[in-house]
Design a protein around this ligand. Structure first.
Ligand code: LP5
Ligand code: MN
Length: 248
């Protein structure tokens, strides 16, 4: 029988929010069952639909934090990379959960294969308006000014960003919101990796590419969906095997 205790799991774009109770319940079950039997869990961005600061101690956030803490206390190494919805995850969140912060981008070894982990938004370089927006909200001074506002004000601004984003996205050509192949190649070559795993685009797939005469892979993680469920990418190091599993 396969021993899952060495498995390495990858998820992204869970988009936890009180408005999606089935997704929340699914994620908490996942932490308590599938993830608990694994060695490592990598969360590659947008775990939360919106994170407005570690001081936003709603019962909802506290429940998720407690569940992550239980996972790490049970000995599972959980690494979290921030996405474009939860880039304000801060020191307190990591202290409370026991999770490790991953820089976007991070290179790891999967049974000796150099693998690059990203959220994926940096790869969408044709989306010039988004990249400008990203630079602005990643500015530490801009973030500090935001964090000095009251929680009620921050919640309002975040809702405004989300609404504007959805309206703007509906007008954008879908190709613009996908990765740029030259940017993908540049990132993979820079780190000399043969595998890239990311989320963000909500276009789950496994792309085969050629880099410097070598075959390479780009795996795109699925977003979790309230009705259809979630998905986890599993690497079983003992078998050198990659597979996707539904999270129901
Ligand atoms: O998130 P998603 O999937 O809808 O679309 C993303 C890009 N959008 C975003 C915005 C986020 O959804 C907003 C999340 C807010 C939560 C945290 C709040 C904390 C604020 C902290 C401030 C320090 O990332 C979207 C991409 C899409 O992915 C595909 O890649 O296209 O990009 C945009 O929508 C950006 C627009 O193109 C341009 C910017 C619009 C400006 C909106 C606000 C204007 C007010 C500015 C005031 C200073
Ligand atoms: Mn995203």
């Amino acid at each position: 029988m396969h021993d899952s205790s060495f498995d390495i799991l990858f998820i992204a774009d869970v988009h936890l929010s009180p408005e999606c109770p089935a997704t929340v319940a699914r994620f908490l079950r996942f932490l308590d069952s599938r993830a608990r039997r694994a060695q490592q869990l990598y969360i590659l961005g947008d775990l939360f639909d919106a994170w407005i600061g570690d001081d936003d101690a709603t019962p909802f956030n506290l429940r998720v934090i407690a569940a992550l803490r239980e996972l790490t206390a049970a000995g599972v190494d959980c690494a979290v990379l921030a996405g474009n919805r939860d880039f304000l995850l801060g020191r307190r969140f990591f202290r409370q959960t026991g999770c490790r912060r991953l820089h976007d981008f991070t290179c790891i070894q999967c049974a000796g294969e150099a693998t690059l982990l990203m959220h994926g938004d940096l790869l969408c370089s044709d989306d010039v308006a988004y990249q400008r927006f990203r630079r602005r909200v990643h500015n530490p001074l801009f973030q500090q000014l935001f964090l000095w506002k009251s929680l009620a004000q921050r919640r309002k601004i975040a809702e405004h960003y989300r609404r504007t984003s959805m309206a703007v996205n509906a007008q954008k050509a879908t190709a613009i919101m996908d990765v740029n192949p030259l940017t993908v190649n540049a990132f993979m070559q820079r780190f000399a990796v043969t595998r890239l795993i990311h989320g963000h685009t909500h276009r789950p797939d496994a792309h085969l590419l050629w880099l410097n005469g070598k075959s390479a892979r780009r795996t795109v993680l699925a977003q979790w969906n309230e009705e259809a469920g979630g998905e986890v990418l599993v690497f079983a190091p003992t078998r050198g095997e990659w597979r996707r599993e539904p999270v129901i």
